[in-house]
Design a protein around this ligand. Sequence first.
Ligand code: CP
Ligand code: NVA
Length: 325
Amino acid sequence: MTMFDPVGTKDLARLSDLAQHEILDILATAADFKRNPQRVAGAMAGKSICMLFEKPSLRTRMSFEVGAFRMGGQAIYLDHKDTPLGTRETLGDYGRNLERWCHAIVARVNRQATITGLAAATRVPVINALCDMHHPCQALADLQTLLERGFDLNHSRLAWVGDGNNVCHSLIEAASILGFGITVVTPKGFEPDAALVSQCVARSMRTGARIEVTSDVHAIAGAFAVYTDACISMGQADTAEKKAAFEPYQVDRELMAIAGPKALFMHCLPAHRGEEVTDEVIDSANSVVFDQAENRMHAQNALLCHLLATKQPTAKGTATAAASR
Ligand code: CP
Ligand code: NVA
């Protein structure tokens, strides 16, 4: 007989693992937790999460650890920068150990396949804390930040200016699920993943989202917020050619003026000041970057409550663990 008592079986490998109503519920809980910090106390009492990191982090690690502490739970950090998952023992064996002690697994990994492999092998929720393709926890915090500034899911539009990367992918998924507009501006050759965009465009037929991908910065006119990120993500080759391609796309005062005087500035951080954004813009009154950072904790606390409360007695553990071997 196993000691294992699954409390949740649903993973967040990418934002589109959540239905529209689930995202809206999580965002409502996150806003409530932020307004009423005492409400999180005990929400994770007696529960442990483990956090696997193949890449560096400030915000993700801090927000999950502090969040678990405030909810009366425990977060354990496992550093995998030097020993990528699957090297010391198989990913499946690793996951099947962790699920005996932990109620959820938070993983920051190099490849999306590691998240899906871990999710397939384990019966506890696996939360993607960034991989090459997605950063769903960031998107949840960003949505919370936008909504608290008055973003209208039916009428407002978000502009992305920069690399078509993991953060960009999760925001496109967010737009397609919730039905808001997103204009993605990248240098030619650095567009978001074509298959992901196609899936999101197909979904937007049901939700009414407007998804535009272009290399013309003038397309950001009228956007509610302008969002950028480093042009070289963790683990990517840092080439002079790539940096040169992004120079015309630096978010500076002139670029923000195209969006309009009320446009917010957003960045997942860490920022490379003087590269993708100027000091003047990131330090301006319109910048909400530290609200985004704070909201990582509120949104993730709400996410954890959602996933840990989700009881889905599927055969996931038995069916997919076999497949992963
Ligand atoms: N935005 C974000 O994920 O920050 P870290 O890389 O510091 O966790
Ligand atoms: N796109 C960046 C996000 C960092 C939070 C990276 O993957 O490094």
